[in-house]
Design a protein around this ligand. Structure first.
Ligand code: ADP
Ligand code: MG
Length: 660
């Protein structure tokens, strides 16, 4: 079934869905809600200030509307709740006015302000709510709302027929519900119990499939013979001694780990993890050098063009005599052909590039080592693909998102791990402070100091859920505030998730060129963005982020020898946030994060690549991860996995990694 076949949706809607990455009905069905709104009437007598409130009542007067500009309007009216009369304010819903007549029954969802007895509403429902309502909330855009997406998905729910990846024996073991039923439920839950069952079912499947792949990779690793090399460490030591800096102890240890792997007959399959700026690149260069000395080709794959060309330039500087070439998707056809032929005939010793390294039909001559930077951005599948381009090359993965050892061992069960825990000397830790909203004046003065010193500042606004309309208002309000405070002495820019890529890129470039001094941003600032002159990051409502996410955001500053600052503004959870004031060590931060809170954002603000589970959460579902690991090990060995019925598991999951 195609999107065109769905009743009641036209070309425009299809275009909007496409923009969200939904290209067919399968995509649509697999477009899971990212959270649920559980709507049940609030207990009016026990409401505290700022509580979320759901309350029904009767409209008392004709709504009053104020238009600020074309996009921004505010509507207010009185609601008689039976207990009291509440002032209701809602932004950008002027279009509802005709439906809000005096005497109508409605339910208001919003935030309660006790002092003024008012509610800032995020949504209005017509009629009163009798029982609990669970509404799926989808990532949406300005063009198509979560509600619209929900309606479209509900209209196709009867037609779904998704393949089940959980073997019968396991379904029986856990008494799992049918997969298609589970998908129907997560898009249209009637109550919490059935929703929990459905979520459990689908989460387990994600984890089981992942563990099946990991087990398979591990098994094939043990079966493979690696390359052995004849290189003395003295040769490496010479390069190390001539570096412009001294390697940290952990860097030295990592180089040694890699050296030992490379000269041994066993195939290397190693993860090198360390915070942003901990100096993984030089370690990877030395690995490439060891491999080069032993006569093999080496490849280094980076997640973006910018990073790839940065690595290329730096490698050339360090090893001018080695023939290194750059392969990215951006090359013109002719250049690409030339580069590919150099790779194929072996003229190229080292190849640095992006995805093009695996996605183009590149034939390697004598590929002995493959390194992927920011490994968490690539999937297990891609890991497999790149591997098989050569003979049986050694593999090194690098990741800037440290995770505690226990979790790493489970999730990267097929790999050995080296960790760089200390930052290179000379890098100053980012001074971190927690401030409450009452202390905002202090913060503005601190910002002023930076602006006066001609430095730049990131301001992160609290918008996480991008469909949250109230919060977007907050961003604009924040812009107003910043302009009021600093507008006369510098330029304030704004960037948010609803802008398209081009708009975002433009703003980012202006910030890079110091045309903007204060950048207010709602979304993550892209990986690899490096503005050395930015010395301060101010994060509003920072309690809404996990510590690891905050630590990553903090990594945007402190990129030179200037003092830099991270200011966490929050009235809540100040103790938890305090962890960041005490340490700049990403490993410690992530361990604390795991102890204190769910690990949903352990991989930064966004999850991606391997661990891109749509539903499962590495911390909260850790017990389930362990079960899935055990079950997958048992399954692989079982007769059941050999039966015709499970052919599709073998055919569709295992060979994804292309290992046979
Ligand atoms: P990452 O681990 O994020 O990839 P990089 O390898 O890019 O970090 O290193 C960050 C910066 O630190 C680079 O400019 C690099 O040259 C420098 N650097 C790396 N190791 C050291 C060291 N031991 N002493 C001083 N500077 C170092
Ligand atoms: Mg790096």
């Amino acid at each position: 079934m195609n999107l065109e076949d769905i009743k009641g949706i036209g070309k425009t809607t299809i275009k909007y869905l496409n923009e969200l990455g939904i290209n067919n009905v399968d995509d649509l069905i697999n477009y899971y809600p990212y959270r649920y709104e559980v709507i049940e009437n609030s207990d009016i007598d026990n409401l505290n200030d700022k509580d979320k409130v759901v309350i029904g009542g009767i409209i008392e007067n004709i709504p009053n509307i104020v238009h600020f500009n074309r996009k921004l309007n505010k509507m207010s009216f009185h609601l008689n709740t039976g207990n009291f009369i509440a002032n209701i304010t809602i932004f950008n819903r002027a279009f509802l006015k005709d439906k809000l007549n005096i005497g109508n029954q409605i339910t208001v969802i919003g935030k309660y302000d006790k002092k003024h007895n008012s509610i800032t509403a995020s949504d209005i429902k017509f009629g009163l709510i009798e029982e609990t309502l669970i509404e799926p909330i989808y990532h949406s855009s300005f063009k198509i709302s979560s509600l619209k997406i929900s309606k479209i998905i509900k209209s196709v729910l009867n037609h779904i027929n998704q393949k089940d990846y959980i073997p019968d024996s396991i379904i029986k073991k856990y008494n799992f519900i049918d997969k298609n039923k589970a998908i129907q439920i997560i898009h249209n839950p009637q109550n919490k119990e059935e929703l929990n069952k459905a979520l459990k079912r689908l989460k387990y499947e994600e984890l089981f499939v992942y563990m099946l792949k990991i087990n398979h990779l591990k098994k094939s690793k043990n079966q493979e013979n690696g390359l052995s090399r004849n290189v003395s460490f003295d040769q490496i030591q010479k390069v190390i001694e001539n570096l412009p800096f001294e390697l940290t102890v952990d860097q030295q240890k990592s180089v040694k780990d890699i050296y030992d792997d490379l000269i041994s007959k066993n195939r290397m399959n190693r993860l090198l993890q360390g915070d942003v700026g901990s100096g993984k690149t030089i370690v990877s260069f030395l690995a490439l050098y060891i491999n080069y000395l032993s006569g093999y080709q080496g490849a280094l794959m980076a997640p973006t063009e910018i990073l790839a060309s940065q690595h290329f330039i730096n490698f050339k500087k360090l090893f001018p005599d080695i023939n290194v070439i750059l392969l990215t998707g951006k090359l013109k056809a002719k250049e690409k052909r030339e580069v590919k032929s150099q790779i194929e005939n072996g003229e190229a010793n080292i190849i640095i590039g992006t995805h093009a390294l695996i996605s183009e039909d590149v034939k390697y001559n004598n590929l002995g080592l493959v390194i992927t930077d920011e490994q968490h951005r690539f999937g297990v599948t891609q890991r497999g693909n790149l591997k098989n381009k050569g003979i049986t090359p050694d593999i090194l993965y690098m990741s800037a998102t440290p995770i505690p050892r226990t979790y790493a061992l489970t999730l990267y069960g097929d790999m050995d791990i080296s960790s760089i825990r200390t930052m290179p000397n000379g890098r100053k830790p980012v001074k971190t402070y927690v401030k409450t909203n009452k202390e905002i004046k202090d913060v503005l003065y601190m910002m002023l100091d930076q602006i006066k010193a001609h430095h730049q500042i990131y301001v992160i606004a609290p918008l996480i859920e991008e469909s949250d309309k109230i919060d977007l208002e907050d961003v604009y309000k924040l812009e107003e505030k910043m302009k009021k405070a600093f507008g006369k002495i510098c330029n304030v820019g704004i960037m948010h998730g609803k802008m398209n890529n081009k708009e975002k890129e433009e703003i980012m470039n202006e910030f890079k060129q110091n045309k903007i001094q204060i950048l207010i941003s709602t979304t993550v600032i892209e990986v690899g963005v490096d503005v050395a002159n930015a010395t301060m990051i101010v994060i509003f409502d920072s309690y809404r982020f996990g510590l690891s996410a905050l630590h990553q955001l903090r990594g945007r500053v402190g990129r030179n020898d200037l003092d830099s600052y991270c200011i966490l503004i929050s009235d809540k959870e100040t103790k938890r946030l305090g962890v960041l004031t005490k340490t700049n060590d990403g490993f410690k931060v992530s361990e604390e994060d795991f102890k204190l809170r769910g690990g949903g954002d352990i991989f930064g603000v966004r999850q991606s690549g391997d661990m891109n589970f749509k539903l499962a959460d590495i911390k909260n579902d850790y017990d389930m991860i362990l079960k899935a690991k055990e079950d997958s090990e048992t399954f692989i060995k079982s007769k059941e996995s050999q039966s015709v019925k499970y052919n599709f598991i073998r055919n569709e999951i295992m060979p994804l990694a292309n290992l046979d």
